[in-house]
Design a protein around this ligand. Sequence first.
Ligand code: FEO
Length: 400
Amino acid sequence: MEPLQIAPGIYSVGVRDWTIRDFHGYSTDLGTTYNAFLIVDEQVALIDSVKAEFADELLAHIARVIDPRRIDLVVSNHTELDHAGGLARVMHRIGEEKPLYCSKMGAKNLARHFPRKWNYRAVGTGEELRLGRRTLRFLETRMIHWPDSMFTYVVEDGILFSSDGFGQHYAGPETFDDETGERILPHAKKYFANILLPYTGLIEKLLQQVEALRLDIRMICPDHGVLWRKDPGRILEAYRTWCRQEPGRRAVIVYDTMWHSTEKMAAAIHEGIAAEGVSCRPMHLRAFHRSEIVTEIFDARAVVVGSPTLNNGLFPTVADFLCYLKGLKPQNKIGAAFGSYGWSGEAVRLIEEELERMKIPRIQEGLRVPFVPEGETLEACRAFGRAIGRAVVESTAVPA
Ligand code: FEO
């Protein structure tokens, strides 16, 4: 990938990771990007780095614009290793004494990751750094996505370097939103649902803060995916909507099965939910990746979870999924549990306990069926589904 000038004197020099398919548990079917930016002014600044294994590629991109040793300073907006991993290589090449701007927490984290005596310059919200013609203004954005995170705004160009904020795990030939059009939005939504969901309260406050600052934002450049230059307001508006976590008239059935009995229950429950006019998708945990399922749940009102009982416990994929979902703290959901069992049947109770820990109210008592559902028990599953469907209809205003 050639470095690309995104504004006069400002270059996108990051890398595309075409082949990654699992980004710490998130499915990246189209790979991802680690964006980094070079600002050539009286002082030359590098904004962010890349994963360690791509550091040489980053340096090669920089070298096509300027000798990397001419970089005067580095800004590290976020210390997670997909953006900071390459710093050791970069600092070694440009000079270990060069100033490294980051938040206070960023300096602490980097010192823990890299036992080197770098020249940290901790900055806080509102602090500015003059590069020459341009001014960098810093804005701390705690927990978007780590406590160290911050944005860097180029005042004169109206460019917001937003680190993980507004990103998408997407690697394609495109660099800008006007090249992808609306098809980039589902990627941005999946990223929001799987990475930023626990922090929606903080994101809402941040959006209000940005609004109050009346920043003239002409381009938003996240560290993952395409850059928002055509209409940065589009992704800001999408974030405002997503932060509200308003569910649609939808349900998701998440399940796994041993000998198809829990699967038969899922199919009958699906019939019942659909019969009430609720859009519903059954998602087998070995057919859909957990991050795809969470993206579906993000838009849904009801989360219906099914598991066979295995060795007095949950089926392992169901346990994995519930652990993942719990960490994301989804809001405005209602839930139900079901499952087939042979002799002990603990799984349904265990699902209900997990839903309770997530503060997801139970629509009705969980449904357990011994061995194989048929006849009356399948009818009970349909009735169970219809009750879920009615609960969704009653608690969502308009069809989504
Ligand atoms: Fe893309 Fe939180 O790192």
